[in-house]
Design a protein around this ligand. Structure first.
Ligand SMILES: NC(=O)c1ccc[n+]([C@@H]2O[C@H](COP(=O)([O-])OP(=O)(O)OC[C@H]3O[C@@H](n4cnc5c(N)ncnc54)[C@H](OP(=O)(O)O)[C@@H]3O)[C@@H](O)[C@H]2O)c1
Length: 393
């Protein structure tokens, strides 16, 4: 599976859950989400969130309590869908690694709590092709030796964020890590250093999410390392390791022709020549997006995420509206992959729509359509120079 190329998520008209919502950054996130037009905010807290707004639904949620997590899932599922989960709850206690109880406490809340809440809500997020936002810390990148146990828990949470990002990409769920610098909350009360306000940090988090950033650096201290992080070794290795995630299953078909690999490659990229005359945008440039529309039945936007001459073309579906199925966005986050292989004096084209699996409602209709476009129209375009695309409306 190609790693998801995030298209970003705006908070407006979305349903959000924030843990640790009663104070500090969590509370600021709730207020900012409401200000930006969220439909509903589930405010998870151990006590009362104390936020009076019709769009806020309080949830009793200690992130270390398995039965409370389960009840929270049932409440959210009973009332709404969930688009964005913000794992914000956290503890920070000064220590010197001399007391393992303190380390365990950090691991239970900041790491295992985050993972438990995430796993519980993943089924809902898969349905909405939603986003997970994990509040981490600069201490995840390098230890802050006056809070080493906290640093360890945040480093573990960063590592977990990377794994979940790779594992959930195939389901169209994006996973973001927030690398926070010092913010003026109870957590670092008494520490006399420059601190960002919780309000500005909350705004920075939603801005980064809207831009689709994998790591979000929402305050001046963290922003100063953003560029080096994104261009650095850890990020490069993450991308390299991501490629080991097994390919996602999906509808697949193949054929062999006498033409060269280059001719097959050129024909694939001539999308108007075989899929539809009603394609808008460039179809032969890496990073470009194009739309395919068929009446009011099918309207999808593809981004070209791989374009290797004579070998491979990948389109990532960033948006879809398919009007004959219940979940009209079923194609979102899926990948359409063309692999070209030269075998003796022939060329094989293997087509896979990763994510178009039998569990998906449009599987039968969509795979039938692909079958005739690929084995009929595209093959004809390669072998005769004329395909059979849908005519322009
Ligand atoms: N402030 C900073 O400088 C800074 C810097 C980097 C990262 N961060 C991260 O940002 C997040 C928010 O921090 P903050 O500054 O807003 O801290 P805060 O003001 O101390 O608030 C922490 C929040 O987490 C909640 N919480 C703690 N343990 C919990 C548990 N077991 N279950 C559910 N909720 C729990 C607290 O609830 P109660 O009120 O019930 O205790 C509170 O709502 C944390 O993950 C923190 O590590 C903060």
């Amino acid at each position: 599976m190609t790693p998801r190329d995030h298209s970003g998520m705006d908070v407006a008209n979305k349903t959000i859950l924030v843990t640790g919502a009663n104070r500090g950054i969590g509370r600021a996130l709730v207020n900012e989400a409401l200000r930006r037009g969220a439909t509903r905010v589930f405010a998870g807290s151990r006590g009362q969130p104390g936020i009076a707004d019709d769009r806020v639904t309080p949830l009793t949620l200690d992130v270390t309590n398995v039965s409370q997590i389960q009840r929270a899932v049932e409440t959210v599922e009973g009332l709404d869908t969930l688009d964005i989960l913000i794992n914000n709850a956290g503890v920070a206690i000064y220590d010197d690694l001399g007391n393992l109880d303190i380390l365990e406490q950090h691991i239970h809340v900041n790491f295992l709590g985050m993972l438990r809440v995430t796993q519980a809500f993943v089924p809902l997020l898969k349905r909405s092709h939603g986003a997970i936002v994990n509040n981490l810390s600069l201490a995840a990148l390098a230890s802050l030796p006056m809070i080493p146990a906290y640093s360890i828990s945040k480093a573990a949470a960063l590592n977990m964020t990377q794994s979940l990002r790779a594992l959930l990409a195939r389901d169209g769920v994006s996973v973001h890590g927030v690398v926070l610098g010092p913010v003026d909350t109870d957590m670092n009360r008494g520490l006399e250093i420059p601190k960002a306000s919780p309000e500005s940090a909350a705004a920075g988090i939603f801005d980064g999410l809207a831009r689709g950033e994998e790591e979000i650096f929402p305050d001046p201290a963290s922003a100063s390392v953003a560029e080096s992080w994104r261009a650095g070794t850890a990020k490069a290795l993450e991308r390299q390791f991501m490629a080991f995630v097994p390919e996602t299953a999906g509808y697949t078909t193949s054929f062999t022709v006498d033409q060269s690999a280059e001719e097959v490659f050129d024909a694939i990229n001539n999308v108007r020549g075989w899929w539809s005359g009603d394609v808008q945008g460039r179809t032969d440039t890496l990073g470009a997006e194009f739309t395919y529309r068929y009446k009011d039945v099918h309207d999808t936007t593809q981004r070209i995420t791989a374009l290797v001459p004579g070998k491979r073309v990948v389109w990532h579906v960033v948006d879809s509206h398919i009007n004959f199925v219940k979940d009209r966005t079923e194609w979102n986050g899926t990948d359409i992959v063309f692999e070209i292989d030269r075998k003796r004096d022939k060329t094989e084209l293997r087509f896979t729509h990763q994510g178009l699996v039998p569990e998906v409602e449009c599987f039968d209709a969509c795979s039938n359509a692909w079958g005739s476009y690929i084995n009929g129209s595209l093959r004809k375009l390669i072998t005769t120079g004329a395909g059979r695309p849908n005519p322009k409306e």
